[in-house]
Design a protein around this ligand. Structure first.
Ligand SMILES: CCCCCCCC/C=C\CCCC(=O)SCCNC(=O)CCNC(=O)[C@H](O)C(C)(C)COP(=O)(O)OP(=O)(O)OC[C@H]1O[C@@H](n2cnc3c(N)ncnc32)[C@H](O)[C@@H]1OP(=O)(O)O
Ligand code: FAD
Length: 633
């Protein structure tokens, strides 16, 4: 599979004016933005040069190219949405002719993806922005009829982008055809002034992502050519004829692309957090294990290994599953290109639950890495706080986690019903048929046995959900009400499904390639995969006891094996995070630098605080001194 060539790190890292004299945390909100635009423009220029010989190709395989900029800028790049959604939306949803037209300026325009509104983010069919066809002028008229219809959140929308892809309700001859995508210029290319009929701005400070330039946009009778509706899947002809899409959900395709991508993205975020916390844990000496011996590396505490090694394993799990999901995505896109939509529901279900689990896990695991570094993990200079706020945003954006898990649950329930009717199911849910036909094995304390057990949990919980819905319906609730009444269990079914998928794909992909690896590498990768699977078997022991034939004795043996794996991985822990090969300039962490000079780097960084420019701050004389002298006895 062709991966997008990562811009040569050395080239990017050799550029002097990408380095900051003053750490970003000491800049104002406005200075932060201006500084990140300065650096982002340099990178945008490099990226454009690197891509000059390449046409905008739809959907490049997950790479961490843009995360290089993330690291160098130590925050989110306001140009990110141009690459993450604006260009993919056009290449995924516009005709070839439209792509040539809209992207004719290449990197001469900066775009974003404007879908979410102040009043709606999840329920897309409730979006209020309208695009009404004017037959006489062959134009669409865009309007924001209410305050809640203002676009709100799109990255780069506030002050960076001059174009966007807008999701709006399509109206033709008085009839609403639902959400569709439109290519819209929003600022003058030369002056960057907002075009007449638009209200533009940024939405203010956030928990993180403070350089992403998330903005708002309101339309007032704003006109665009009819041809600016992205018309690959559905069309509006000059005479006002509306041609339906083969599947109206194809309009949501750009979101599926990013959800698929996020699995690999979270692998990289976790790799950074694991690198920082494991290296720091090898440098930090604190407390004794044997009273009569020197203070130990905190990495020698087994509980520290328990906190951190799961992050190393999870990063590999997400990387491997991310490539598997990308291959599935590419195959489904190829099928759609040939007119077959059969696997779209499966892709939607997989991308929803795996995006949710990977972003949630990245969040709590990065937090766990931070906490494992004690007070120094709380310093901005460790870079763990920024990694946390950047990663956890993904739990919400591109589809809020609860909502996406309920989408996967829809697919599980439908698959369960098909299993009951004896229909054959796709491989990713065929275990439901085996469970329904009582074709499953006795518990085995092996990675494959655990995977089979986790699948039994999915089947058992899915069956329980179907029965719960049926129970509520039989008591008089409508199906939708019964669905809502059963939603706690439905979320559990999707979470279990996602975990079983991650364990299965991780184990079998590693097992599949291990014969091609050197023995040492195969051994270590298998240890990581077994650690991951055993960790989650122990975490989900309650469900396994309910839905499988696992015994207390089996669990005791699993606990023992888990602790053996921690000990086996310990000698390779630093080597494993070094193999993520994340350079100091991208890691941006006083705790995680390759040379281990933690304390010297912490002090160097502290002295950069503007407060340390003088020994006595002016506020002493201005405010403190009068009060102290007044109350001095
Ligand atoms: C280079 C890459 C970089 C990666 C990193 C990028 C970082 C960038 C930083 C920030 C970017 C953030 C961008 C955004 O946040 S963009 C906005 C994201 N918003 C959302 O995700 C909205 C979530 N809501 C939805 O997707 C939908 O509203 C919905 C929840 C799915 C419900 O849709 P709808 O109400 O229309 O549909 P139903 O629930 O009634 O379901 C009807 C059937 O349709 C099927 N369906 C739904 N969606 C899809 C889909 N996407 N694909 C295929 N099929 C779909 C659904 O399963 C139902 O089928 P069924 O058979 O069950 O009837
Ligand atoms: C950092 C960041 C960057 C973003 N970038 C972009 C961007 O570039 N472009 C863009 O268009 N958008 C962007 N977004 C917006 C993002 O996509 C939305 O925030 C997200 O889709 C959730 O919508 P919402 O915020 O309106 O929450 P709502 O949809 O109002 O949901 C709020 C809560 O209600 C509950 N809920 C909602 N619906 C259901 C349901 N059906 N069942 C059960 N519970 C439910 C959930 O608990 C949910 O968390 C960004 C958001 C963030 C945080």
């Amino acid at each position: 599979m062709k991966c997008y060539p990562v811009p040569r790190e050395n080239l990017v890292l050799s550029i002097d004016n990408l380095k900051d004299d003053i750490p970003e945390e000491y800049l104002s909100h406005k200075e932060c933005y201006e500084n990140v635009i300065r650096k982002g423009s340099v990178l945008y220029d490099i990226f454009s040069e690197l891509s000059k010989d390449r046409k905008h190709k739809a959907h490049q395989a997950p790479s961490n190219a843009y995360r290089i900029s993330d690291g160098i800028m130590q925050n989110v790049n306001p140009f990110l949405l141009h690459f993450a959604l604006f260009v993919p939306a056009i290449t995924n949803q516009a005709t070839p002719e439209q792509q040539a037209e809209f992207l004719k300026h290449g990197f001469g325009i900066i775009g974003t993806y404007a879908q979410t509104e102040l009043g709606h983010g999840t329920f897309l069919r409730g979006l209020e922005t309208t695009a009404t066809l004017d037959l006489e002028t062959d134009e669409f008229v865009l309007n924001s009829p209410t305050l809640t219809s203002y676009k709100w959140w799109p990255g780069g929308l506030g002050h960076t982008a001059n174009h966007c892809v807008v999701m709006a309700q399509l109206y033709v001859k008085g009839k609403c055809h639902g959400p569709h995508l439109f290519f819209v210029q929003i600022r003058d290319i030369e002056t960057h002034e907002p075009l007449p009929g638009l209200k533009l701005g940024e939405i203010g400070a956030k928990m993180g992502f403070n350089t992403a330039d998330n903005g708002f946009l309101g339309f007032h009778n704003f006109r665009i050519p009819r041809n600016n509706m992205l018309m690959k899947n559905s069309q509006v002809l000059k005479d006002g004829t509306y041609v339906e899409s083969k599947n109206e959900k194809l309009t949501y395709g750009s979101m599926v692309f990013v959800r698929v991508y996020l699995l690999s993205d979270m692998a990289y975020m976790l790799a950074r957090a694991a690198t920082i916390s494991v290296r720091y844990s090898a440098v930090r000496h604190q407390s004794h294990i044997k009273p009569d011996e020197p203070e130990v590396q905190i990495l020698d505490f087994v509980i520290q290994q328990h906190k951190l090694f799961i992050s190393i394993a999870t990063s590999h799990a997400f990387k491997i599953c991310g490539l598997w999901l990308w291959q599935t995505y590419s195959k489904v896109m190829e099928d759609i290109g040939k007119g077959s939509m059969d696997r779209l529901p499966e892709l939607h279900a997989l991308s929803c639950c795996l995006k949710t689990t990977s972003t949630r896990d990245a969040g709590w695991l990065i937090e766990q890495c931070r906490l494992a570094c004690g007070g120094h993990g709380y310093l901005m200079s460790s870079n763990l706080p920024s990694l946390y706020t950047t990663a956890t945003a993904a739990i919400t954006y591109e589809g809020e986690s609860t909502v996406l898990l309920l989408q996967t649950a829809r697919y599980l329930i439908k698959s369960w019903k098909r299993a009951m009717e004896g229909e054959s199911l796709p491989a990713t849910v065929s275990f439901l048929s085996e469970y329904f036909n009582k074709r499953y094995n006795k518990w085995e304390n092996t990675p494959k046995g655990i995977v089979d057990g986790l699948k039994l949990v999915v089947a058992g919980v899915t069956k329980m959900c179907a029965e719960s819905i049926q129970k509520h319906v039989s008591r008089g609730q409508q199906y939708e009400e019964a669905w809502n009444s059963s939603s706690v269990q439905l979320i559990k079914a999707s979470e279990a499904y996602s975990r079983a998928l991650l364990c299965e794909v991780f184990w079998f992909e590693v097992d599949k390639v291990s014969s091609t690896l050197s023995n040492n590498l195969a051994v270590v990768l298998k240890q990581l995969a077994e650690l991951y699977i055993t960790y989650w078997a122990l975490e989900k022991r309650g469900d396994l006891l309910v839905y499988t034939t696992i015994s207390k004795d089996d669990l005791d043996k699993l606990q023992e094996r888990y602790e053996e794996l921690l000990a086996l991985i310990r000698p390779n822990a630093v080597g494993l995070v070094d193999s993520f090969d994340i350079r100091d300039e991208i890691l941006c962490s006083t705790l995680g630098a390759y040379d281990g000079r933690v304390y010297e780097r912490m002090m160097e960084h502290a002295l950069k605080s503007p407060l340390n420019a003088e020994t006595v701050n002016q506020s002493f004389h201005k405010y403190m001194k009068p009060v102290i002298l007044k109350h001095k006895i």
